[in-house]
Design a binder for this molecule. Structure first.
Ligand code: NAP
Length: 282
């Protein structure tokens, strides 16, 4: 039976350190660290994410500024709001909740967030820096996975890592982080041939696909580390991951469960990035 990586435990421990850092920042500057969250429209899932982010801020002593704009907001209105937050000294981090309503140009809106306040790590400048292996703010989910590997003392250097999924927010930054940590990285996607064979050679297998229980035991090498990013629903509507946990858990050395693995780290890394962004201005 594999070690089940407890994301909730790691997340709670990290939040204590983040709270200490936020308190230390306040004792030095006399100011709270501030995170601005922009939500456009009334997508229920996005509203839940935003609520949880605000709750996370309260827990660690970060001041949150929430901006709720109607779904039919004009491009200029959203851009002006973000542009104003970019200039605001009380705001150390800016997050625009994605996806935005279809009529808005997300790329243009995100480009108004300065690199130093881009706590989601989605802006082109931060992605470019990640690509160059330079210090930068990194997308929260993949960065949270690196923290899990580090905190579980799982070596990455020289390992064969396979990332299934190439999205800009998970798969690509994940692959870059593993590469920067000296793994030999293969990125797979929906057009990859021999996926099962490639995955079954991985020492570290990251599944970021969005398909319930897609990764079965035949995809997994004996003793591999399996990281499940997926947040899917099974045939009974129950939350599950991209990995068939029950089938894989006896074959691998470590595995992240869903729920309770990667998920809890994502908001924690947002808080971590916000404190880091603030400290860089000291
Ligand atoms: P996405 O943008 O839909 O990307 C999915 C990726 O999987 C794509 O690159 C796609 O390939 C690839 N893929 C799809 N079917 C495949 C197949 N049959 N074989 C191989 N590759 C396949 O999704 P995402 O935003 O990266 O998210 C992935 C999963 O992680 C979702 O379940 C999402 O809910 C979850 N997630 C969780 C967290 C968290 O905090 N835990 C955060 C973000 C996302 P193509 O590029 O060729 O289409």
């Amino acid at each position: 039976m594999a070690v089940i990586i407890d994301g909730k435990k790691h997340s709670a421990e990290m939040r204590k350190t983040i709270a200490d850092r936020a308190a230390n920042y306040k004792s030095i500057t006399g100011k709270d660290i501030g995170l601005a969250v922009v939500l456009v429209g009334d997508d229920p899932a996005s509203a839940v994410y935003v609520r949880n982010k605000i709750k996370g801020c309260e827990e660690v002593g970060i001041k949150s500024f929430a901006y709720y704009l109607p779904a039919d907001s004009a491009q200029e209105q959203v851009e002006n709001l973000v542009g104003g937050l970019a200039e605001d000294d009380a705001v150390n981090g800016i997050l625009v909740q994605l996806p935005l309503p279809g009529h808005l140009d997300a790329k243009k809106i995100l480009s108004r967030i300065p690199k130093s306040k881009d706590v989601d790590g989605f802006c082109e400048e931060n992605i470019g820096s990640l690509c160059m292996n330079e210090d930068c703010l990194v997308a929260c989910t993949p960065n949270g996975i690196m923290k899990l590997l580090e905190r579980e003392n799982i070596p990455v250097k020289g390992k064969n890592a396979v990332v299934v999924g190439r999205s800009n927010i998970v798969g690509k930054p994940m692959a870059l982080l593993l590469l920067n940590a000296d793994a030999t990285v293969t990125i797979c996607h929906s057009k990859t041939r021999n996926l099962k064979e490639i995955c079954s050679r991985a020492d570290i297998l990251v599944a970021a696909i969005g398909k319930a229980k897609f990764i079965t035991a035949d995809y997994v090498k004996q003793g591999a580390v399996v990281i499940d990013v997926g947040m899917d629903r099974d045939e009974n509507g129950k939350l599950c991951g991209d990995v068939d946990f029950e089938a894989v858990k006896d074959k691998c050395s470590h595995i992240t469960p869903v729920p309770g693995g990667v998920g809890p780290m994502t908001i924690t890394m947002l808080l971590y990035n916000t404190v880091t962004a603030a400290e860089r201005c000291l």
